[in-house]
Design a binder for this molecule. Structure first.
Ligand SMILES: [Zn+2]
Length: 198
């Protein structure tokens, strides 16, 4: 199974990549599945059933997030999402030294426990690799914590906005996740996770 579960098209403000070209390119690369995650502002379309990247207003920069409000948003979204992406936002500020992992660990633990309890998953976003970072997104600390807490549902996506980004670093990332101790990654079938060996 070769799948890219985070793909943007011209329907996102920051991409001009036509959806049909994305599909043709993916087929050319031998991909089995892609998940479109075009941006939508939360609350505009809540009946959208495909993969949609929901942005919480006010969560960038993460430093401005009021933690209880963030948790409340996640709880509120519970019925509407399958996989939580962009946990990486936390890491960005972690790198700047503002949020060392030990400081954010209680919040992250609570988020991950909520995700696991609700039968949802998290996304591993490979775009960090194209910025030259060797770290995964979310960080290995977060991924290890997820594993420790019993998390098994992971999707992997490139966050591609351009042809050269489609499918990038997915196979590498699978290898790394396996080294961390994960057994499988997921695709989705009618909103239910399907597990595939890493
Ligand atoms: Zn994205």
């Amino acid at each position: 199974m070769f799948a890219d579960y985070h793909v943007h098209t011209e329907f996102s403000d920051d991409s001009v990549y036509p959806m049909e070209s994305v599909v043709q390119d993916a087929i050319q690369m031998g991909m089995d599945e892609i998940c479109f995650t075009d941006h939508v502002d939360y609350g505009v379309k809540d009946d959208w059933n495909s993969g949609v990247e929901i942005r919480w207003r006010g969560n960038e920069p993460f430093a401005n997030v009021d933690y209880p409000a963030y948790m409340e948003e996640i709880r509120r979204m519970q019925e509407k999402y399958s996989v939580l992406g962009h946990l990486a936002l936390i890491r960005r500020y972690d790198n700047a030294g503002i949020y060392p992992f030990e400081c954010i660990k209680p919040l992250v633990t609570e988020i991950l426990q909520t995700v696991i309890r609700d039968g949802k998953g998290i996304e591993v976003n490979t775009s960090s690799r194209r910025y030259g970072l060797t770290e995964l997104m979310p960080s290995e600390e977060i991924l290890r914590l997820y594993l420790e807490l019993g998390g098994t549902i992971l999707t992997i996506g490139s966050d591609s906005h351009k042809p050269e980004q489609l499918g990038a670093y997915i196979m590498d990332t699978r290898k790394r996740l396996k080294e961390l101790g994960f057994q499988s990654f997921c695709t989705y079938e009618r909103m239910k996770p399907a597990f595939h060996d890493l």
